[in-house]
Design a binder for this molecule. Structure first.
Ligand SMILES: [Zn+2]
Length: 332
């Protein structure tokens, strides 16, 4: 079946084509020019599985994406690739503050990413927007409050012009999630839609905090499964969880034991996403196939896609166009 997909949760810096990154990393001298592919591969997929090792995976893509050309090309190549994987719409997470090491401003970085996406949309049948990611850095929200505020104001400036909303990413447990509440209160006032990573590395209480901040979607949220009250909140509000099952295997789950099954049984609204395709070696078809193999029905998989369209940060007209594209798919 030629299924089409909508991916609302993938990080640009975690989803670049591994072979493309290898060539670009050599060209930018991020890795030695004579480094064999197998040795480079170990830096992308290290053996160590502690959380520090997992975050070190971002070193190479972030070291590459420090000039406008590379940010542009990274976004262009990523969109080209996921279009080939039958993704018809994607919301790509990008944290401009991580791309200023070599002199770019946050705005330069964001504009380069938007240009890359626009150029790919001109060349391939795919639509996409950027979710500007605010970052957890250090052990307090005060550490990069200035940078996060700048990112938020940029999201406002480019909203509807390549940006569709905000995210909060990074180490979820660095500090109390509520320290970010003032930023999201401001986002609410400015009518910027947002999703927050919560209940992935952190506990169920973080999902409650994200809901209280007014999150339109929750990134992961799987740990809500351990708290009846928070589960009830999710069911009542129907705020969707962006489930990235393969990415969560790191926490010791299998596809069969992943909380998605219980979350569905309870009536939570779910969308399926990839998260970091370079590191977990997945794509949307892979996620759907793996879930299908552990008992999630074809009808439910179809529903995930309809949920993703309904919960995307785009206009009703754009949603209707995507639904029409799915219908063409069914008649294939
Ligand atoms: Zn994520």
């Amino acid at each position: 079946m030629n299924r089409k997909y909508v991916d609302l949760h993938l990080h640009i810096d975690g989803s670049l084509n591994i072979a493309w990154m290898y060539e670009r990393a050599k060209k930018r001298k991020v890795i030695p020019e004579d480094m064999p592919f197998t040795a480079y591969y170990k830096t992308i997929i290290p053996d160590g599985e502690d959380i520090e090792a997992v975050f070190k995976r971002f070193d190479v893509p972030l070291a590459i994406m420090q000039c406008e050309e590379d940010i542009h090309d990274a976004c262009y190549e990523l969109l080209k690739e996921i279009c080939r994987d039958n993704v018809i719409y994607a919301e790509l997470r990008f944290a401009p503050q991580l791309h200023t090491r070599e002199g770019l401003s946050q705005e330069d970085a964001l504009r380069a990413a938007i240009r890359g996406i626009n150029d790919a949309m001109d060349d391939y049948p795919i639509k996409a927007n950027i979710l500007v990611a605010l970052m957890h850095q250090g052990d307090s929200a005060a550490v990069n409050e200035k940078e996060n505020m700048e990112s938020l104001l940029l999201a406002e400036k480019y909203l509807g012009k390549g940006v569709c909303g905000l995210d909060l990413a990074g180490f979820e447990n660095n500090c109390d999630l509520n320290e970010y509440a003032p930023l999201f209160m401001l986002a609410r006032e400015k009518s910027i839609p947002f999703t927050i990573h919560a209940g992935e590395m952190g506990n169920a209480e973080n999902v409650h905090k994200a809901l209280m901040m007014g999150a339109d979607r929750i990134g992961h949220g799987i740990n809500a499964v351990s708290d009846e009250k928070i589960l009830a909140e999710l069911v009542k509000t129907q705020i969707p969880l962006e489930i990235c099952a393969t990415s969560n295997l790191y926490f010791g789950y299998t596809y069969a034991s992943h909380p998605i099954h219980e979350l569905l049984r309870r009536g939570c609204k779910i969308v399926i996403c990839t998260d970091d395709m370079s590191f977990v070696l997945n794509n949307m078809a892979y996620e759907f196939n793996m879930l299908n193999k552990v008992g999630i029905s074809d009808d439910m998989l179809d529903q995930f896609t309809l949920n993703a369209i309904a919960e995307a940060f785009i206009s009703d007209e754009e949603k209707e166009k995507l639904r029409k594209q799915l219908k063409v798919n069914t008649n294939d």
